[in-house]
Design a protein around this ligand. Sequence first.
Ligand SMILES: [Fe+2]
Length: 185
Amino acid sequence: MFDLGDFIEQCKDAVQGDNPQGRVNELMQEAFRDPDSVNKALTDAAPKNNVAPLYADENLTVLRVFTPANFISPIHNHLMWAVIGILDGEEKNYLYRRTEDGGIKVEKEVVLNKEAEIFSLRADAIHAIEISPEQPLCGLHVYGGHILQRSSRSMWHPETMEEVPYDFEQLMDFCKTLMNQRKAG
Ligand SMILES: [Fe+2]
């Protein structure tokens, strides 16, 4: 039976250890052997359908993430590792890399859903996500830092592909632009 308090304590221990991301990945894999129990604990802790911080300090953030169907994010980075487990819905994760001419190029596409393995993102990862049109996405994210307060992050303008400082309000405008682009086909 998954216990959120115990999981957070184990993650706190993990970030003090030698291989924080590897250890958190193991903890997530253990937890996701009983996804219904994880889902119940997260719903009890965060009954509203939103992004709910369950724990955050400078070395660790645990988030219950709920993302509406059809949502598309612009390309962005986190500047910290992440481990992601999906409880419901489906997310396409596009991984990018910087090119020698200062641009950015998609390198890999990974589909995440509850059948997929726990997904790890490196600290230097650059990615964009796209949620399936059919179903919202619900997942558990663990980050190796305070994702809600990390400065110096970047995002990429969806039309000019220019790298700009991460700004939440502007990010939401970028999301709208991308979703309208998809609607327009
Ligand atoms: Fe992200």
